[in-house]
Design a protein around this ligand. Structure first.
Ligand SMILES: Cc1cc2nc3c(=O)[nH]c(=O)nc-3n(C[C@H](O)[C@H](O)[C@H](O)COP(=O)(O)OP(=O)(O)OC[C@H]3O[C@@H](n4cnc5c(N)ncnc54)[C@H](O)[C@@H]3O)c2cc1C
Length: 406
């Protein structure tokens, strides 16, 4: 069977893999993008994607620099200007406001299908990306050039293979890269709901002993909810009659936005902390959820993945400038060093938050109340949190530079 050659072969065309393929192709690399399923580019106007992402300003900049943001805006993105976080049993509350830091908003809530469609549309206009659909990776080959054998017998060679194939990465498994992983013993229930009092351009998060409930504003008076709780309760909530579910959800939200009413389906996602023991092998790199999976309570997963993609593109451009092979371990370690510390620190912070808030210990309860109250009353501390929501305060890749027309 035929064998094709590329500079980079990316396995997985989700948000992170598609962003990487596009970013690398725009730098002149010849890219193969392998994806199991072709994502939809359009859908019925009244349908909702249960999967949404809270995108930081930095992710917005990356998507703007990839010329994807306008297509996303056409399909629908929702800016949120405020964020309100509070503790279920107590007085601890903290309120973030974009106006405090002179920003128009704290970020955007976007359906995942909108992000993926924008990226895939841009890829279809980019000549040096070849999309290979629906063909499973059967094996990895290493040598002078790295190769992938696909299940239909096709062989494909590339200087660098990238695993962007999500939490259950086949490429990571074939490369025998181990994982440090732990179940959170929580499932996230996701759904779209309508709020009686509208969404007030505010993201809401209430910490309850069994897990946080997040209400992420979508257009008009809609919210996407992410309700993390014990698996048994999550299954019970999924199976409740819609009216009963609305009662439970409205109560859990303390009626901050009036009565909440379910629109359409509910889905559950088991939550797990996961980190690849290495991000790179000679000729291979992992990005996004293939490398790290974090608790969704601060909505950081895809934001970290887009940074991985941006930093990997920079690393490869520098390697080319210095005439180094793209798959050289020394080159790839530069990518790993630039991203692993930040990803781990974010993962650990979310882990600590999860343990601090999902705990009945009275001392921790007091600490939470004091902590939230103090952070709310000390403006510099609050502003620091606001900068984290925007994705600021770290070294950024070229793809996150501020466009000259802004
Ligand atoms: C409930 C919930 C809420 C979340 N909310 C947020 C949020 O608000 N903000 C945020 O930043 N993050 C959030 N996240 C995390 C975010 O969804 C993930 O970090 C993100 O989807 C990772 O993107 P990815 O492209 O790395 O992987 P994925 O989205 O998993 O994409 C992997 C792609 O690879 C393809 N694929 C897999 N295997 C193969 C194969 N063998 N061959 C070819 N293709 C393959 C898949 O079809 C898919 O398209 C949330 C997660 C959950 C569970």
């Amino acid at each position: 069977m035929s064998e094709r050659h590329f500079d980079i072969a990316v396995v997985g065309g989700g948000m992170v893999g598609a962003a990487l393929a596009l970013g690398a192709a725009r730098e002149g690399f010849r890219v193969a993008l392998l994806e199991r399923r072709e994502p939809p580019l359009q859908w019925p106007a009244d349908s909702h994607d249960l999967r949404v992402s809270a995108l930081t300003r930095v992710s917005q900049l990356i998507l703007q620099n990839l010329d994807v943001w306008p297509a996303m805006v056409r399909r629908g993105v929702t800016a949120y200007e405020q964020m309100h976080v509070w503790e279920a049993r107590g007085l601890g509350e903290i309120h973030f406001d974009a106006a405090d830091i002179g920003e128009p908003d704290l970020g955007h809530i976007v359906e995942n299908r909108v992000i993926v469609a924008g990226l895939w549309e841009a890829i279809s206009r980019t000549p040096n990306v070849e999309v290979i659909l629906g063909r499973e990776v059967a094996d990895l080959k290493s040598g002078n050039e790295n190769g992938l054998s696909l299940a239909d017998g096709t062989d494909l060679r590339a200087e660098l293979l990238v695993g962007a194939d999500g939490a259950r990465s086949r490429l990571r498994e074939l490369a025998e890269i181990g994982l440090t992983a732990r179940d959170y013993d929580q499932h996230a229930l996701v759904a779209t709901v309508r709020a009686e009092h509208g969404n007030q351009s505010t993201a809401w998060q209430r910490f309850m002993p069994k897990g946080p409930l997040a209400l992420l504003p979508l257009q008009d008076d809609l919210f996407s909810i992410v309700w993390s709780t014990e698996p048994v309760e999550a299954a019970e909530l999924r199976d409740l009659e819609p009216a009963q579910f609305d009662d439970r959800l409205t109560l859990a939200s303390e009626r901050r936005c009036g009565r909440l009413s379910l629109l359409g389906d509910r889905a559950l996602f088991p939550l797990r902390l996961q980190h690849a023991n290495a991000y790179v092998r000679p000729g291979l790199a992992l990005v996004g959820d293939a490398a790290h999976v974090i608790h969704p309570l601060a909505g950081q997963g895809v934001n970290l993945g887009l940074l991985d993609a941006g930093v990997l593109v920079d690393t490869l451009v520098q390697a080319r400038e210095h005439h180094e092979p793209l798959g050289a371990l020394g080159v790839l370690r530069r990518y790993e060093r630039a991203r692993k510390g930040h990803n781990l620190a974010t993962q650990m912070a979310m882990d600590a938050f999860k343990h601090l808030f999902c705990n009945q210990n009275p001392a921790l309860h007091l600490l939470r109340n004091l902590g939230l109250g103090m952070a709310d009353r000390i403006p510099p501390l609050r502003r620091q949190f606001e900068r984290v929501a925007l994705g600021q305060g770290i070294e950024l890749p070229s793809l996150a530079r501020i466009p000259s027309d802004c």
